[in-house]
Design a protein around this ligand. Structure first.
Ligand code: ARG
Length: 249
């Protein structure tokens, strides 16, 4: 009997250690890359803000977890999950088959897709995706936009750590287009910084964002999916959408 009890203890200890933070102090450590307004960006006090931050915070609240957001490079997010430095990633991250081999995703929470920004002065020169063939294109490193930029430009793409750097490079004439998520392009176009930049009318892809957890961390996936369901049902999700996009979902 005593032996059995010991065994039981050892097992539950091991299980608790695997995903310790989720259970130890009811904290979810969340990674993001906060140069991606309106989804995630740093405010004047260097605090992460945005649609994704509100969504994950609401999920935490609904499920009784405190959410701690950490900012890191986009291409470091999945490695950080895989090495248990964080419990979840919310970073406008597209659910792709390649990523799904390395991490597990929550239910989709946002419908997105890629578009291309070009300089206004070039708008008669680049009238279709076809016309961009072989041209140098900019994107953020490790993103679906970077993959598409590589494909469209025939390997002539430049990657940057942050999206604002890619936008700046376009304005400076260092590349002919930026391939990036459309909602982020539209947000940028609404700011003064984007003067002289326009969006090509052709939308390239349709993508779904998901919240990533470590492969096999079914507990955390469940917490997130259940939280998502709850905030959809209690109207919080719709409110957050309205707040950041000024339209209903
Ligand atoms: N949706 C694109 C992707 O998953 C871009 C995401 C970039 N996110 C960010 N926080 N910088 O590859």
């Amino acid at each position: 009997m005593v032996k059995k009890l010991h065994l039981l203890c050892a097992c539950s200890l091991a299980a608790a250690m695997c995903f310790s933070s989720a259970y130890a102090d009811n904290v979810i450590r969340v990674g993001t890359e906060a140069t991606y307004a309106p989804f995630e960006f740093m405010d004047d006090e260097a605090k992460p803000q945005g649609y994704d931050i509100d969504i994950i915070t609401a999920i935490g609240e609904a499920m009784g977890y405190e959410v701690q957001v950490q900012n890191m490079p986009f291409d470091g997010l999945i490695p950080a999950l895989m090495t248990s430095q964080i419990d979840a990633v919310i970073a406008a991250m597209t659910i792709t088959p390649e990523r799904a081999q390395r991490v597990d995703f929550s239910e989709p929470y946002y419908k997105s897709g890629l578009s291309v920004l070009i300089r206004e002065a070039d708008k008669d020169k680049y009238t279709s995706l076809e016309s961009l063939k072989g041209q140098p294109l900019c994107a953020q490193i490790g993103t679906t936009g970077a993959m598409k930029a590589d494909e469209l430009s025939g390997g002539n793409a430049k990657s940057f750590n942050t999206e604002p750097e890619a936008f700046m490079e376009l304005k400076a004439g260092g590349c002919e287009g930026v391939v990036n998520d459309r909602p982020v392009n539209l947000y940028y176009l609404a700011t003064a910084a984007s003067e002289g930049v326009v969006e090509m009318s052709e939308m390239i892809t349709a993508e779904d964002y998901g919240i990533a957890v470590a492969k096999g961390n079914t507990e955390m996936k469940q917490v997130i999916d259940e939280g998502l369901k709850k905030i959809r049902e209690n109207g919080t999700f719709a409110k957050i959408h309205q707040k950041w996009f000024s339209v209903a979902e």
